[in-house]
Structure formats: structure tokens, C-alpha cells
Design a protein around this ligand. Structure first.
Ligand code: FES
Length: 559
């Protein structure tokens, strides 16, 4: 389409049609105040802070498309006074006493008050006390701070796909509600936390992050979550000059997750209370005694030739490569996992499909970002959903078809008649794989059990159950240790957490974990992602990559 001509503050400009006035003005570098508008969300034009004048008429810049012959003015007295009036009314409507608010200093409403030089309440302030909902484990909802911009409602549906938040009543009585107006902590909220990320004021805040520090007091590290094989893009806010994380946000620019996060990625690593394994210990007749890292290096060096290694899929590629270098072809996966049908669809392409089949996983509980994609298409775009499982699956209530996994052949008859089918599956047996493989009209997305299961596969590391005089076990998921025949072996275990299985070890080594280490892994799409180191280790632990490099005789600086 041809460009159109409009005037902006008296100057003629050529713009491409289809854009909003706000988009054009921001491309021209003209600042327009906004509040309900938030770039990843659909514009809704409710706060009216962005008004501009077009041929004498005030229009919301965020929702008005450009059209020929517009004569946009952004700085007339009418525009400035209208914006100021809107702001004065917003400050009056609920209890915006900034000094009592957790987000003071980084609140978009407060910033606008400063921008417009508001130094007093122009109208009588609203006396009514609104509820504070503290029922949720991770989130506080303080309705006194709410400006009814509905960013939370839109983010919960349009992006996160959960459709939990909504609104009731009208005008001054409008309230943001969860489900049919029940406490957020009792609602169907899955704790993705996107509502808190997009809230412009202190109306929805993360409990754990409260009062830990403002964004300007933080270093922001862009990296990927390594707590599941999705590998969502995250922004980690680390307090400047300190060794703790203030909060984790979804990264809007991530080509894996485009801002979406799940409970695990946003909250669980910050609430990690599992008991850490610390120090280096050797078992003798009197129990475990501590030894130094130098003693450990010597002990390990002597045993590698007669040893084999077991690894899990929580290890980074760099750690796995070093273990392969040390143990050659005697490296095995601790936990059995075959990738049955290779995935042939990316997370980006998962959007806008007609028919989703989800097998053996409850996407409200695990792989949450995949769940968001499926739900926003099923609830928002009316795509069809089939759930196949052997146990309760909370997605079933959204599904058009629900099958027990033993009735897979019946389910397949329906799937075969659909077009544009995606099968998202986990943990199925060989008969089920055979049935699924017969589908010619479907794309497949396999959900691996461990973060770097694909990394193990790429390095040719497979599960086996063999033994040796010395068995070295590396990783976090030690389930597989239960089944190994190692009672006559000397077992070295390198792991970050205390665990029921670690008593089998003769040598126990606590290793760095989470944000204390860095490395790469392959996510479920096969993308190589980087996890940055954010924190100094706070426990007495060994950095596995550095330790393995030392065994190989390579000097590597301990960071
Ligand atoms: Fe345009 Fe709110 S930002 S109406």
C-alpha cells in the first residue's frame, strides 16, 4: 500500500498506513504519555492519557489508525490540559499515596505525576478502602493502587493464555477479579506472574521481591531459564553490589518464549529451599570426613582409568564434553530416556494451529510456556484440544476430546480426520510410539524429561546399567542411582542437593547450582541456549567445569 501524508505539529510527514498515531509519533521521536498501553498487548484506549488533537478533535493515539490528511498536534493547551485532568482524576480515584507504596520510584503513574508537575490532589481523594488480596503464595493484589488499565487482564489472556483475571462492575466500582471473584490464591491462577510484570503501579506485586530494591538499583542479566527444557528467555535483576536476585522477569525479546514465563522460571529458583550439599567428603569407618579440593583432584585422577561416568540431563554441554573427554566412551545417562519421535516444530510455529493433542503431561503444571501457547489458542482462538492421559489432567476441562491413554487407537481415528494437527507428548511406551508414528497429518513436539536431554543425545550419551570398580555420578536428578548395580563399587557423587541416594557414595562432592554456574544447553526445539552466571556461590561448593578442567590439566581460573 502507498504511504499517506499527514501533518504532525505543523510538519508534513509520509507514513505507512496501518500504523497507529502512537506508533508514528514514537517513530518520529515525539514523546506521548501512556498508561493502559503496553507494547506486547493489544491497545485498548481506556486511560486516555495519550490523547492528541486531530483537526480540533481529541483522539487516543494508541488506538487511532493514521489516515490521510490528519493534522496531529501533540502539544496544544487542549491536549496538555486533557492529559493533566485525566491524571488528576486517576490520582484521586483510589489511594495513591506514593510514600506508602512498594513500587514508589519505579511506578508509571508516579512518573506521570512528576512529568505533569502534579504537586497536590486537585480533587477530593476517594475515601473508600479497597481490599488487599494476600491469599496467593507469590503475588499480592492491592486494589487500592489499581488504575484499571487492565494490562493484567490482557496479559493473563492474550499472552499467558490463562484467562484467570477479569473485571466486574462498571465505572468507579470496577474491580479486577480472579475467576468468578474469588481470592487469587484460591483461583485457577497457575502463578506465571505475568500480571505483576506488566502492572504499571503497585497494584500487583511479587511478594518475594518486595522492598529488595528498585530496577535502577539492579544489574539486569539477560539469559535463559534452565529449570526445564523449554529454556525461556529471562531478565534477571541482581541487586547492584550484592549477591542476591531481586526478581526474574520474562524477556519480551526472547525468540523462545517472547516474555512468557511459568511459575518455575519466575519464582521457584528464588524460593529454592532444598538442602544444599556442601563441601567434599570421603566415607571411612567412622562416617564422612572432609577433604580438600586438591586431595579430591588427586583421588579422582588415580581412578578415572578404571572408572565409568553417569550423567544426567541437568548438566551443561561444556560439563558433558569435559566428562566425555575424561571418560571417553564410558559415559552413560543416569536416567533412561529415548527421544521417540523427533520434534519437527518450533515453539513459534506452535501458535495458530487448528488442533492440539496433548499426551501424558499437564501443561498447567509443567512446561508452562508450552501450556500458555496451547491455552491462548484453545481458549482465545477456539482451536480444538484433545487430552490423552492416564491420570487427572487439569487441561481436560478445556478439551473437546479426552481419552485415557489405553484408548489411544480410538483417539487416533479422530486425529486422522483433522488438519493442522500438533501432537505435544511426553513419556509414552513403544506401542504408543508406534501408533503415533502412523500419523501423517501431524507435527510433533516431544517434551524431554530433563533440561539438556537433547545435549545428551547430541553427544551420543545413552542410558545403560553397567558397573565398574569406580563409578562417578554427576548431576541433580539422582533417581537413576536407585537402579544401578553399584554395591561393590566405589562411588563418587557430584551433586548440588542432599538426596536420599547420596548415602551410597564413598566420595560426596557438593557442586555449584542454579545461577552460580554458566553454560549452554539444547532446549526442546534443539536451540543452543546460554545460561549466564549471575551469583557468586554462597555455599562451600565445587564448580564442576573448573574442577573437570583441572583434572584434565588445564589451568582455568576459578571465578
Ligand atoms: Fe492510550 Fe491509555 S495509553 S488510552
Amino acid at each position: 500500500m502507498e504511504n499517506i501524508k499527514i501533518k504532525v505539529n505543523g510538519s508534513e510527514v509520509e507514513v505507512s498506513p496501518g500504523k497507529t498515531v502512537l506508533q508514528v509519533l514514537s517513530e518520529l521521536g515525539i514523546h506521548v504519555p501512556v498508561l493502559c498501553h503496553y507494547e506486547p498487548l493489544m491497545p485498548q484506549g481506556s486511560c486516555r492519557l495519550c490523547v492528541v488533537e486531530d483537526r480540533g478533535v481529541l483522539k487516543t493515539a494508541c488506538t487511532t489508525p493514521v489516515e490521510p490528511n490528519m493534522d496531529i498536534k501533540t502539544d496544544t493547551p487542549n491536549v496538555i490540559n486533557s492529559r493533566k485532568l485525566v491524571l488528576q482524576l486517576l490520582f484521586t480515584e483510589r489511594n495513591h499515596y506514593c510514600m506508602y507504596c512498594e513500587v514508589t520510584g519505579e511506578c508509571e503513574l508516579q512518573d506521570l505525576g512528576y512529568e505533569f508537575g502534579l504537586d497536590h490532589f486537585e480533587f477530593p481523594t476517594y475515601e473508600r478502602k479497597f481490599p488487599v488480596d494476600n491469599s496467593h503464595p507469590f503475588i499480592i493484589m492491592d486494589h487500592n493502587r489499581c488504575v484499571l488499565c487492565r494490562r493484567c487482564v490482557r496479559a493473563c489472556s492474550e499472552i499467558a493464555g490463562h484467562f484467570v483475571l477479569g473485571e466486574m462492575e462498571r465505572g468507579i466500582d470496577t474491580m479486577i477479579i480472579a475467576d468468578m471473584d474469588i481470592p487469587l490464591g484460591k483461583s485457577s491462577c497457575v502463578s506465571c506472574g505475568l500480571c505483576a510484570q506488566v502492572c504499571p503501579t503497585g497494584a500487583i506485586i511479587d511478594k518475594r521481591s518486595a522492598y529488595l530494591g528498585r530496577e535502577v538499583q539492579s544489574d539486569v542479566i539477560y539469559t535463559n531459564c534452565d529449570l526445564c527444557p523449554v529454556g525461556c528467555g529471562i531478565e534477571v535483576y541482581k541487586k547492584k553490589g550484592a549477591n542476591f536476585i531481586v526478581k526474574i522477569y520474562g524477556d519480551w525479546n526472547s525468540d523462545v518464549s517472547q516474555g512468557v514465563l511459568c511459575k518455575v522460571g519466575r519464582y521457584l529458583s528464588l524460593y529454592d529451599e532444598k538442602k544444599r550439599l556442601t563441601g567434599i567428603r570421603v566415607k571411612d569407618d567412622f562416617g564422612y570426613r572432609k577433604i580438600s579440593e586438591d586431595q579430591l583432584i588427586k583421588l579422582v585422577k588415580d581412578k578415572i582409568d578404571k572408572g565409568i561416568a553417569y550423567v544426567d540431563g541437568t548438566l551443561f554441554n561444556e560439563e558433558l564434553e569435559l566428562i566425555k573427554e575424561l571418560f571417553k566412551d564410558k559415559v552413560y545417562a543416569l536416567n533412561p530416556e529415548e527421544i521417540p519421535i523427533s520434534s519437527n516444530i518450533t515453539l513459534n510455529d506452535l501458535d495458530n494451529r487448528n488442533f492440539y493433542v496433548v499426551i501424558g503431561t499437564d501443561l498447567n503444571r509443567e512446561y508452562g510456556t508450552v501450556g500458555s501457547i496451547v491455552k491462548r489458542n484453545v481458549i482465545g482462538n477456539k482451536a480444538k484440544l484433545m487430552v490423552i492421559d492416564k491420570e487427572f489432567n487439569s487441561l481436560a476441562k478445556l478439551a473437546d476430546y479426552v481419552f485415557n491413554i489405553k484408548d489411544m487407537s480410538m483417539a487416533l481415528e479422530i486425529i486422522k480426520k483433522q488438519d493442522d494437527v500438533v501432537v505435544i507428548y511426553k513419556d509414552i511406551n513403544s506401542d504408543e510410539i508406534k501408533l503415533l508414528s502412523s500419523l501423517t497429518n501431524a507435527k510433533f513436539l516431544y517434551l524431554p524429561k530433563e533440561t539438556n536431554s537433547l545435549g545428551l543425545q547430541k553427544l551420543g550419551i545413552k542410558h545403560n546399567n553397567i558397573t565398574a570398580e569406580y563409578v562417578f555420578v554427576f548431576g541433580k536428578n539422582l533417581e537413576g542411582l536407585k537402579n544401578l548395580n553399584i554395591k561393590d563399587s566405589t562411588v563418587f557423587v557430584f551433586t548440588p542437593y542432599e538426596n536420599d541416594e547420596i548415602h551410597k557414595a564413598t566420595v560426596l562432592v557438593g557442586i555449584s547450582n542454579g545461577f552460580e554456574r554458566e553454560g549452554t544447553f539444547y532446549n526442546l526445539e534443539g536451540k543452543k541456549l546460554k545460561r549466564e552466571k549471575v551469583l557468586r556461590p554462597t555455599y562451600d561448593t565445587v564448580d564442576l567445569k573448573t574442577f573437570l578442567s583441572q583434572i584434565l590439566g588445564r589451568a582455568e581460573k576459578v571465578s
